[in-house]
Design a protein around this ligand. Sequence first.
Ligand code: ZN
Ligand code: ZN
Length: 446
Amino acid sequence: MNRSTASLLALALLLAMAISTPAQIDLDQKIESNIHDWVGTYKFLHEHPELSTQEKETSAVVASQLKKMGYDVTDHFGQYNSGLAAYGIVAVLKNGTGPTVYIRTDMDALPITEKTGLPYASKVREKRPNGEVGVMHACGHDLHMTVFLGTAKMMIESKDQWQGTLVLIGQPAEETIGGASAMLKAGLYKRFPKPDYVLALHDSSALPTGIVAWHSGPMLAGADSVDITIRGYGGHGAAPNLTKDPILIASELVVALQTIVSREMNPLVPTVVTVGSFHAGTKHNIIPDDAHLQLTVRTMTPSQRETVLAAIKRITNGVAETAGVPSDRMPIIEIATDNVPATINDPALTARVAVGLEKSLGKENVWPGDPIMASEDFSLFALEDPKPPISMFWLGAVDPTKWKEAKDKGIHLPSLHSSEFAPLPEPAIRTGVKAMTGVATELLKK
Ligand SMILES: [Zn+2]
Ligand SMILES: [Zn+2]
């Protein structure tokens, strides 16, 4: 090292110290002394995943750690529409007068057989009628829980830096949608302090560790499932003129549905209409009576959703009519009731989240985030009275070396819900705890 490099380094160090407040330096030290334990918690949770609605042991781990820290914990909170009890957790910490901030983690895993080859890979198997399937934290909810517990600890240890009420919620059954509504219906906002803000983070398979990203407005799409039964009338495959072939009508419909996105919707507002399932017929020479299609529809606003669903009905009936389907055999169109609305990050709250992130991580580590067309029931926390503002941000989870290599060489990286998705735990947890603690402290500052 020559003299000018040394003095440059000294200057950089001085600058870093000048930017970091004593509270931030203190938080960094606390995080370093806990990081080893947190990586242990992460690996344990990763190795012991539980499917949606079955998070018994997972929620017990989370609840017991929160109790040990000194939170007032209610567990087994929530009830599903089926009447089944949910493994929801609500942990409250009152620290003087001030706003009430909710922080939410999800807890469930997915029916995927893990192929990461990691020493702490899940070996959990679930018996199904048609064989066995693996269970895996392939969406990173294990990372979310670890960051959540780390934040819980840091907020307790920095109680003198903030005032107000902190409510930490462990939500079950996110992947199957149902956990958030199970907790809200059980009176989450009535039995516990009313929220002023609700926060969450989700790990990202598109961002490197060390980076977080926020996005104001719609961040995740609303999702609807639509079932369509095309009814014709069947007969011999050699005499199609005596039938009304539902396979041909349904095929035309699959193509016609593509015009909703390409020709009816505003190209500046993302919309998805996917036909994910097409079932009809039993044999080569039989024209069946009906054909079944299953669609997923992704939209960003309620009015856009109405437009797309109305277009699906209009086009479906129109295609059947054009084919000469008699009026008593018109298609049956069913829109599932377990739809989930878009996750819309409140702009005013998100602006404050961005400030908290930049203060805790430095501007260069806080990127503009992209919305995606996946869905979440986090959206529901904004719709229950008192309809609090919500905001979710992305937490980078990819090994930065692999991320850069993938970017430079165009290599595919495993995405969320992939059997090969493997976050780099230590830096992701460190950044996540720093970020969420920073944001909560910003909202609860004295
Ligand atoms: Zn997921
Ligand atoms: Zn997820």
